[in-house]
Ligand binder design. Structure first.
Ligand SMILES: Cc1cc2nc3c(=O)[nH]c(=O)nc-3n(C[C@H](O)[C@H](O)[C@H](O)COP(=O)(O)O)c2cc1C
Length: 348
């Protein structure tokens, strides 16, 4: 059935069909339809000190403002990550800024953190009915100089802390100039050090510890991955999300849209992201859990991420191409994988 819906949706431009789909899912929840679609078997897993009803989540960027997370959650996701949100509202880049590379089951986007600002998101989150895990992904405004990024992350952290089950620090979007430089060396240590100090303060004030995950790009060599992993360990970061979109265009060169600027996601990023997960897992060795994301569009792709060392997985592009049935397909495959590999647990 989703194929028919998709054929109709794909006739519209990607951003319009994105908004229309979210409106439909919202209406579906109000009518109780999504709940029927969302019958995903319970497969609870404990990660970052949180109990996830199942290990399949929705990746950040689909619901940037928290306007639809209740409805999206009702489709059966074990967790939903909303954002990236910035302190102030901002329009993002000029349209068009999202492109479907249909022959490759891929998307290129250069949205540029278009969002309604953190105040709006917090108001939305106060309407929470979803009882899975809610992650809130934070970033910096485009106008804030990279050298002052910590101020923006801290401002978002303070606002969302009381409302999030976990918080993601996004330093890997290719569409905010300079953002990805924050992934390296001293910049990463300073940023995460400042965020960690704020987290400790908020945990004490609010008597509740909210774990922090860091989301990284797939475009790193082994030495860079090792350096990131060492920093995460040193600063006692609670989780790492691998990966965001890629700036590479390998495998899509024949699609005329490959020349569009932005981050590439979907099937062409699958292997890249699995390689990063495996490299992280080798160094982290279970000390920090990995959330695997990138090109998951089938049971097989979901299991591949688990086998590489992920404790949880997230989908985005695969969900656009295959629809809500993908959630159950992945959840069943991951549940079976976990039954067959009880010694490879969800790590801390
Ligand atoms: C249109 C679009 C917008 C996105 N926006 C965000 C975002 O705001 N923050 C973020 O951390 N990741 C964002 N992502 C990246 C996804 O969360 C995910 O990491 C990436 O697409 C790889 O997964 P996939 O291959 O399943 O799509 C976005 C992806 C797409 C396609």
């Amino acid at each position: 059935m989703y194929k028919t819906v998709r054929n109709l949706l794909f006739r519209l431009n990607p951003e319009t069909s994105h908004e229309l789909s979210l409106e439909c899912i919202g209406a579906g929840e109000r009518l109780g339809v999504t709940r029927l679609l969302g019958k995903v078997p319970d497969d609870p897993v404990e990660v970052m000190g949180l109990r996830f009803p199942n290990p399949v989540g929705l990746a950040a960027g689909l619901d940037k403002n928290g306007d639809y997370f209740n409805a999206l959650g009702s489709l059966g996701f074990g967790f939903v990550e909303i954002g990236t949100i910035t302190p102030l509202p901002q329009p993002g880049n000029a349209k068009p800024r999202m492109f479907r590379l249909v022959g490759n089951n891929a998307i290129i986007n250069r949205m540029g953190f278009n969002n309604k600002g953190v105040e709006h998101l917090v108001n939305q989150v106060k309407t929470r009915r979803y009882n899975g895990i809610l992650g809130i992904n934070i970033g910096k405004n485009a106008k804030t100089p990279v050298a002052e990024a910590l101020n923006d992350y801290r401002a978002c952290l303070r606002k969302v802390y009381a409302w999030a089950d976990y918080i993601t620090v996004n330093v890997s979007s290719p569409n905010t100039p300079g953002l990805r430089n924050l992934q390296f060396g001293e910049s990463l240590t300073e940023l995460l050090g400042g965020i960690k100090r704020e987290q400790r303060k908020l945990a004490e004030e609010q008597e509740r510890y909210v774990p922090i995950a860091v989301k990284i790009a797939p475009d790193m060599d082994e030495a860079e991955i090792a350096s990131v992993a060492e920093t995460l360990l040193k600063l006692e970061i609670d989780g790492v999300i691998a990966t965001n979109t890629t700036i590479g265009r390998e495998g899509v060169e024949t699609d005329p849209l490959h020349i569009e600027a932005g981050g590439l996601s979907g099937a062409p990023v699958r292997d890249k992201s699995t390689v990063v997960i495996a490299a992280l897992a080798k160094i982290l060795n279970g000390r920090i859990p990995i959330i695997g994301v990138g090109g998951i569009d089938s049971a097989e792709a979901a299991v591949e991420k688990m086998a590489a060392g992920a404790s949880l997985i997230q989908v985005y592009s695969g969900f656009i191409y295959k629809g809500p049935a993908l959630i159950k397909e992945c959840a069943q495959a991951v549940a079976q994988y976990r039954r067959e590999h009880p010694s490879e647990p969800a790590k801390p």
